[in-house]
Design a protein around this ligand. Structure first.
Ligand code: HGY
Ligand code: MN
Ligand code: MN
Length: 443
């Protein structure tokens, strides 16, 4: 093994066929038959995906640790010790997931390490590639549960007690699939963290740009709304006597959309879950449960959206004669990534001859949690037609290779430079006004 300076390694590139082969192999697990993947957190499919990736980590001779909430970290030693330059993402998916969301970041991290190992190169600092538990949060809210616990933002006890809609706990599922490890949380902070991810939005493709130097992640607010009305006969109950939880739920969903339109800019709002009870054609719904996802890169505007939602819910409850209660499932402030790292991603992309632009992330990512404990940045590559959380999710091989090559060179730089990176930006910061990102894509 040679200990190399970054200047000798500027021409090193990843093996895109090897990366594509691993993406294809992982996509066979939880294959939904339409090009997509379903590996909900801590299900058998998630376990099988974990086993496959851990097998690749071990084949590379990496030292693999599993922590108390199932986060997996594999380390490639450096010439020196000290905290690793870490990359990674997640391999759990939503029910209608694609094959690149999260998976690209983990497998590109593995590819970076294999490229260096094959070249017989050890860097000053160790490298690490991780996959975090339950990034999607759609089975066990909040999203980024594993990385949030990894950085100490959620206690281990609280994380293990989170239940899914069937009342099954994270802890029980970790035991069942054999991924409740021993490594403690919070974990020691990495030297730096860089995550490669598909944009999951339309901006890079619309602008004809290959690489995104991600400036941060927008704030996220998930609320569960429970509505108690009165089930009754759909035919005999006069309209003025109804306490229709189904109609109230529909009004809440319409209110969410109207709030996003009223605030404009980056504000987005989604109702993707709506269950009615008894869910029968000829019964006025007595109960409804829906989830409201609201996001904005500006914290003040996100709080305004939450206030408007609360006012709408009160008005709907009064006029429909139903009871409405809400429960926060996730609430994260916007995160600004470290400027030196955003600069490094941008400069590296340019040095490799790729077009690049700065933009915020509309989706949540594990990087927004690592940003609490170490200098953190993200690299985006295009999502075709901006599609994600959809089986048709697609990123062209040339873009996958470009993103992984930028990741390789950024990690080499971070793992060979002298001294530390300037201080971590405070989370919950404000993005530059007018920054073109999620909401602006609809301008
Ligand atoms: O919800 C999100 O933005 C991410 O996909 N977990
Ligand atoms: Mn993701
Ligand atoms: Mn996702």
């Amino acid at each position: 093994m040679s200990n190399a300076a970054s200047s000798d390694l500027g021409d090193l590139r990843i093996d895109v066929d090897r990366l594509l082969g691993r993406l294809e192999a992982l996509a066979q697990i939880g294959d939904t038959g339409d090009g997509g993947n379903c590996r909900l957190a801590l299900t058998d499919e998630d376990r099988d995906g974990r086993d496959l990736v851990v097998g690749w980590m071990r084949d590379l001779g990496l030292s693999v640790t599993v922590d108390v909430v199932g986060n997996v970290v594999a380390v490639y030693p450096g010439a020196g010790d000290g905290p690793p330059v870490m990359t990674g993402s997640h391999i759990d998916t939503v029910r209608t997931g694609g094959r690149y969301d999260g998976n690209l970041g983990v497998l590109a991290g593995l590819e970076v390490i294999e490229t260096l190992s094959t070249a017989g190169v050890r860097l000053r600092r160790p490298l690490a590639v991780a996959f975090f538990t339950d990034e999607e949060g759609s089975r066990f809210p909040p999203d980024m549960l594993g990385s949030l616990t990894f950085v100490g933002g959620m206690s281990v006890e609280e994380a293990l007690d989170v239940t899914d809609s069937d009342g099954i706990t994270v802890g029980a599922e970790l035991d069942r699939i054999g991924y409740r490890g021993a490594a403690p949380c919070p974990a020691p902070a990495p030297f730096a963290f860089v995550e490669l991810h598909i944009e999951q939005g339309p901006v890079l493709e619309q602008d004809g740009v290959t690489i995104g130097a991600v400036t941060g992640v927008q704030g996220i607010s998930w609320q569960e709304v429970t509505i108690e009305g009165q089930s009754n006969h759909a035919g005999t109950t006069p309209m003025h006597m109804r306490r229709d939880a189904g109609h109230a739920a529909a009004r809440v969903a319409v209110a969410a959309r109207e709030i996003a339109a009223d605030i404009g800019g980056y504000q987005v709002a989604t109702v993707g879950v709506m269950d009615l009870h008894p869910d029968l054609v000829n019964v006025v719904a007595g109960r409804a449960r829906l989830c409201v996802d609201m996001r904005n890169i500006h914290e003040q505007e996100l709080q305004q959206a939450e206030r408007l939602m609360a006012t709408s819910i009160e008005r709907i409850a009064a006029s429909e004669g139903v009871g409405i209660s809400t429960r926060s499932m996730a609430r994260f402030e916007p995160v600004i990534f470290d400027i030196p790292l955003v600069d490094l991603v941008e400069a590296t992309a340019r040095r490799l001859g790729h077009s690049v632009k700065r933009l915020p992330s509309g989706a949540g990512h594990d990087a927004q949690m690592l940003a609490r404990v170490c200098p953190t940045g993200m690299i985006f590559v295009q999502s075709h037609k901006g599609l994600s959380h959809n089986p048709a999710e697609y990123t062209a091989p040339a873009d996958l290779a470009a993103g992984a090559d930028v990741l390789l060179q950024v990690m080499i730089d971070l793992a060979t430079r002298e001294g530390d990176i300037p201080e971590v930006s405070p989370t919950g910061g404000e993005f530059a006004r007018g920054e073109r990102g999620v909401g602006a894509a609809h301008d």
